[in-house]
Structures are given as C-alpha cells and as structure tokens.
Write a protein that binds this ligand. Structure first.
Ligand SMILES: C[S@@+](CC[C@H](N)C(=O)[O-])C[C@H]1O[C@@H](n2cnc3c(N)ncnc32)[C@H](O)[C@@H]1O
Length: 357
C-alpha cells in the first residue's frame, strides 16, 4: 500500500463489477456495492496469504472477492437473504470460495478463525424498500439505534479477532435534510473505544456513472444518504491492542491520589510494577485496577477530582459524567478514567467496587 494518506480509486474493470443481471435483482439496484479496487490494497497490506478476511456487512461480496483475488479466505455475514444469495452467485461465477453466513454478528458468531475484519458500514438514513430483516441497519429508525447496533457488532468483531488483529471500516459522513450527519466520526468514536486507532485513509472516487439527477428524488430509498453525491470516504484503521500505560506517570498518579486523601485498593497487573518488582521482560500493563469502598460521598468527590486532573471518564466506551452513581458503577462493573498527556504518555485507571468481604 502506498504511504500516502489518501488515494484516488480507479473504477473496477468490467470483469470485477457486480454483473448487470445480479444488480437488477437487488432492491437498491446494487448502487451501494463497493469496488474490489477499494478493498484489495487493504487486504494486501493488513493480512497474509491464507488468512481469513471477515466482512460483517458483506453485501454483494466485494470484500470477499478482493480477499479471494489476493489468496485469502473470505468469510462474510449478511442480514439480507437475497443479498447473501447474490454474493454467493457473484463469487461462484469467479470460481471464488467464500463462506457467507446469513444473519448478523453478534447474534451469530463468525465460524472459525478471523484474521482481519474489513468492511463498509451500512449507510444511515436509507429507507429499505419493503420488509427489512430484523436488525437491518439500513432500516434503523433513528441515529442512536443505528449507533447502538454498530457498537454491538464491532464489539463482537473485537471478540472474534486475535490480539493485534486489524479492524478496518469504511465510513462516510452523510447529508440528510440539509445537515451533515457525522456517521464516520461516530463510527470512529465507537471503534476508538474498542480498538487502538492506527491510521485513517481518505478514499476519493471519480464521479459515479449513475450519479444522475433521477437519483435525487424523494422516491429513491438511497437518496437520503447519497443525495449529495459525496465522492470521498474514510478507511478507519484500528487494531486490537491497548497501548500500555506509562509506569512512572501512573506511580505519580497513585501518590497524588493518596495525597488528596482518597482510599483505593490496588489489584491486577500493576501491583508488581507499583512495588518496582515486575520480573524483567514482563509486558507493561494496559491499565491500573483500583477498588473503592461503597461510599457515595467519597465516590462523587473522586470523580470531580479526576476530572480536575484531566481524566476522561467512560463506561463501556461511552462518555460518563461526574454524576455517575455507585449504582450505575455496580451495574456496569467498572468506570474507566483515562488521561493522555501531551507527550503521549497514558494513565488509565479502571475503578470498581471492592468485592464484599
Ligand atoms: C454498504 S453495504 C455492503 C456492500 C459491500 N461492501 C459490497 O460492496 O458488496 C452494507 C450491507 O450491510 C448489510 N447489513 C445491514 N445491517 C446488517 C446487520 N445487522 N448484519 C449484517 N449485515 C447487515 C446490508 O444488507 C448491506 O448489504
């Protein structure tokens, strides 16, 4: 892959395009079909021959075809039965082997090993014509529901990936009803809470051949998402790996916590590092685990203190406020406080209630 952070894609040669007869069978006329040329460089750069490339939104099988052309195994999930059939038929015509599972992760687990997740997320703001399958993200009634589905799906992708495996999602911001909805930024935020951000690429497309005025009519179900004919999208490149915390900065944090009068008991992988006797060669921990007592006043003061020290609070990847109660902590099991200093050093603390004696 070229080291530039953007690229202008060439349309696929006719032999790799979605064949017209298959396009004609699709509810959207195949207009949300991606390009093999879009996916191939990512397959080459982020997997090895023989690896399994997984697409949780496999649509017409474009990623799976790109994987097959690069000597990788393809594994796809697609919630729409008719599309899963179209993808199978398309791959069959290329003599390409790929497993396509009807349904959706996480309600179904991907079968077998997954080495790379490479996908284009469904657009938000489409109107799926006719009856949509349950869980069809194109038919999400509102942005929040759509984003919750993205979180559940990418969380399950994380579970399926090996440590250090990559998850690459193509996403674009969309224009709906005169405003730009930051779909790509929100998907990036979700990925950011699950993976380590590695890079992003801007993919620019020549104007689409079918970008004609009849596409911009109210009756067009894809219209809401694609009205503006945007010709770029982002490849969001993430990795299943948490950066280790900074040992000295974390020790300094523990001293400051004590000096401020907060009580917390340490457990987990930071314990030997705090004592300075971690065996040589031990990997630096990813977080500091602290237990606190069931004391609402002290908890509230602690959250305010953490904010004042520049820590960002979150629970299960979503921002948390200083008002977060101990009841919520009990239900969610832990609250994460993270501070990344200007030099990149990270202090990451997971707070939970001490187990009852
Ligand atoms: C952008 S299209 C993917 C097109 C694909 N990249 C291609 O070029 O062949 C997104 C696909 O996600 C599917 N989809 C939507 N919600 C889903 C879900 N919850 N699980 C699996 N697939 C889903 C849609 O039916 C659609 O085919």
């Amino acid at each position: 892959m070229r080291e530039r952070s953007w690229s202008v894609l060439e349309p696929d040669p006719p032999e790799y395009r979605l064949p017209d007869d298959l396009r004609a069978r699709d509810v959207f006329g195949g207009r949300d079909c991606g390009w093999v040329s879009q996916m191939r460089p990512f397959v080459r750069a982020y997997s090895r021959p023989g690896d399994t490339v997984f697409d949780p939104f496999c649509g017409f099988g474009t990623t799976l075809l790109a994987a097959a052309l690069e000597g990788r195994d393809g594994l796809g999930m697609e919630i729409d039965d008719a599309r899963a059939d179209l993808a199978r038929e398309r791959l069959r015509r290329h003599g390409a082997e790929a497993r396509i599972v009807r349904g959706s992760i996480p309600s179904k687990k991907p079968l077998g090993r997954v080495d790379l997740c490479l996908t284009s997320v469904p657009y938000f703001g489409c109107r799926w014509p006719g009856r949509a399958s349950t869980g069809q993200c194109y038919a999400a009634p509102d942005f929040d529901t759509y984003l919750m589905a993205m979180r559940a799906i990418f969380h399950a992708v994380r579970e399926a990936l090996p440590d250090d495996g990559y998850c690459i999602a193509m996403a674009e911001n969309v224009r709906i009803d005169g405003r730009t909805l930051p779909v790509a930024w929100e998907v990036a935020r979700i990925l950011d809470s699950l993976f380590l951000a590695c890079d992003e690429r801007v993919l620019c497309y020549p104007p689409r051949e079918d970008a004609t005025s009849e596409r911009t009519t109210e009756s067009d179900p894809l219209d809401a998402a694609m009205r503006n004919d945007r010709t770029h999208e982002y490849a969001l490149i993430y990795r299943k790996r948490r950066p280790p915390i900074d040992i000295e900065r974390t020790r300094a944090f523990l001293s400051a916590l004590r000096e401020a009068g907060f009580e917390a008991a340490m457990h987990g992988s930071f314990v030997p590092w705090a004592a300075g006797d971690a065996p040589a060669g031990t990997r630096r921990p990813n977080d500091l685990d602290l237990w606190i007592r069931d004391d609402p006043m002290a908890w509230s003061a602690l959250l305010r203190w953490l904010r004042a020290q520049g820590f960002r609070l979150s629970m299960w990847g979503e921002p948390a406020t200083v008002e977060t109660s101990l009841d919520t902590l009990r239900k969610r099991h832990y609250l994460r406080a993270e501070r990344i200093d200007g030099d990149g050093a990270a202090v990451r603390v997971d707070w939970s209630l001490a187990p009852e004696a």
